[in-house]
Design a protein around this ligand. Structure first.
Ligand SMILES: [Zn+2]
Length: 492
């Protein structure tokens, strides 16, 4: 690095090129060091050395793959289609089905060898109209409170129900007011499963969570319950309306009329899958995953059109190269992530006998601007991944060579990790003001960083190619004991 920084003038780009090519050739090329030596070329006139056309075939292929993703104009029409035209798409709903049809068409359009759908049985939850107003006995009668039901919440229809404030909502607070909880709506800041169970057991009418985020926003969330439906209606209101209710409670009793409609039925969604067959070991797979579904309060732009577009553009840039890596690259657009990782769990269960042939899975969920790679609990790919961050194809992304080995739970990589499959990601960052729109009505196309998506797709495509084309497996699967240890270490 210092040596490179020390070079000046026209020599600098060419020197950088040679260093990068050598490093990447060592990491990637069949034959390792031998191929790296082969990669030494006769000196070219300085100005030509920096041209992509002067790269080794493997390097120029990666450069072309990355360039295709970085320059993609298709992300705009993809975003318009999925976010603006289809928009909110809870799995199992008509909009969810439209998104699946759209995804099948997009994968077919990419030109993959095979595109198919796998059924995902699920309990389909849909929200209907929701209304809470101050009951008629009050001087404030008719005042409307903004409200949205939690996912898998049952409906609530009751008039003239007293409101009780549990404060933060610790189950201990509920135990203190157990008498008055019966027949009441319980106001709280946090909803945990124990509170849901105790509130139901105490005979409460509903839980009403106060949102943390200012700006009249309500987040889509799942009711924390072992299985749908939740044992009592779990609702959320805005921060502003929640604080207003608390101020009224300071003066005296507040009674509310509640009319929140939801429906629950057995149904089906689909994981949408497409594959680019490997040339030498097609049964071994690098999987690019992203959830297709979204919460229904926004349009599912950041969460997770950003991930879907990243996976689509990554595989498209590989396919359009016309070349095939040794192993297959498979895109899986999962159903019902928001309903509890339903689609990825179904995929792992269905493909249990062949999971050992997934050499790595990438998960893309809420993609921002890429700044490096991550491999949850796996360091054996660090040389390759760090090498890629310095590769000329990704130079403009200025990725960090530090590979992250952590990773949270709660997205579609989780069932794979639990099954011992190496889970990777392109580390990306979203601006804090963007995170504000998580799961709420503000998650619309205008919040998307489409250039971030293009760049993440480039980083994903290059890494997917490198891992799929490596002579041997770069990552190893973990056994049950190692997986338990990893999960403990990550505090999942
Ligand atoms: Zn998501």
């Amino acid at each position: 690095m210092e040596a490179r920084e020390g070079r000046r003038g026209p020599l600098r780009p060419s020197f950088r090129l040679v260093v990068c090519c050598a490093a990447i050739a060592l990491a990637l090329a069949p034959g390792g060091a031998a191929a790296a030596i082969q990669a030494t070329r006769p000196r070219m006139p300085a100005p030509l050395q920096a041209l992509p056309g002067q790269l080794e075939p493997r390097d120029s292929l990666l450069a072309a793959i990355a360039a295709r993703a970085i320059a993609s104009e298709r992300v705009v029409s993809l975003a318009l289609g999925l976010v603006d035209s289809i928009g909110a798409r809870l799995s199992g709903t008509p909009a969810g089905a439209r998104a699946e049809t759209w995804a099948l068409a997009q994968l077919s359009d990419v030109g993959l060898d095979s595109v198919w759908a796998e059924p995902v049985p699920l309990r389909v939850w849909e929200r209907g109209p929701a209304d809470i107003t101050v009951a008629s006995a009050s001087a404030l009668a008719g005042r409307r409170i903004r409200v949205a039901a939690y996912g898998y919440s049952p409906p609530a229809h009751r008039l003239n129900v007293p409101l009780v404030d549990l404060g933060r909502g610790d189950p201990a607070a509920l135990r203190r007011v157990r008498q008055s909880a019966s027949g009441s709506i319980l106001l709280c800041d946090v909803v945990v499963e124990e509170l849901v169970q105790e509130a139901a057991a105490a005979g409460a009418v509903a839980l009403l969570r106060v949102s943390m985020e200012p700006g009249t926003l309500i987040q889509g969330r799942m009711a924390p319950a072992a299985r749908p439906p939740a044992p009592l209606p779990v609702l959320a209101t805005t921060l502003e309306d929640g604080l207003w209710l608390r101020r009224q409670l300071a003066y005296g009793e507040v009674r509310l009329d509640v009319n929140v409609q939801t429906s629950l039925r057995d149904g089906e969604a689909r994981n949408i899958i497409g594959e680019w067959r490997g040339r030498a070991a097609p049964d071994e797979v690098v999987l690019l995953g992203a959830h297709l579904d979204s919460w229904d309060l926004g349009a599912g732009a950041l969460d997770n059109a950003s991930g879907v577009l990243t996976a689509l553009e990554a595989v498209r840039s590989v396919v359009e190269s016309g070349r095939r890596p040794r192993r297959s690259i498979r895109v899986v657009l999962f159903a019902a992530e928001e309903l509890g990782l339903v689609g990825s769990r179904a995929y792992v269960a269905r493909h249990a006998p062949s999971l050992a042939r997934i050499v790595a899975m990438f998960n893309f969920d809420m993609v921002g601007r890429p700044d490096g790679y991550g491999a949850t609990g796996h360091a054996e790919g660090d040389t390759l991944l760090a090498g890629l961050t310095r590769h000329p194809s990704l130079e403009s992304l200025a990725l960090s060579p530090e590979v992250d080995h952590g990773g949270g739970a709660g997205s579609d990589h989780q069932p794979f990790v639990l099954a011992g499959v190496p889970a990777l990601y392109v580390r990306t960052s979203l601006a804090p003001e963007t995170l504000r729109w998580y799961h709420n009505a503000g998650d619309t196309l205008d919040k998307m960083d489409l250039d971030g998506v293009r760049r993440a797709a480039a980083a994903a495509a290059v890494a997917a190619w490198a891992i799929a084309d490596a002579p041997g497996r770069v990552f190893r699967h973990l056994g049950e004991k190692e997986t338990r240890e990893l999960v403990r270490r990550l505090r999942w």
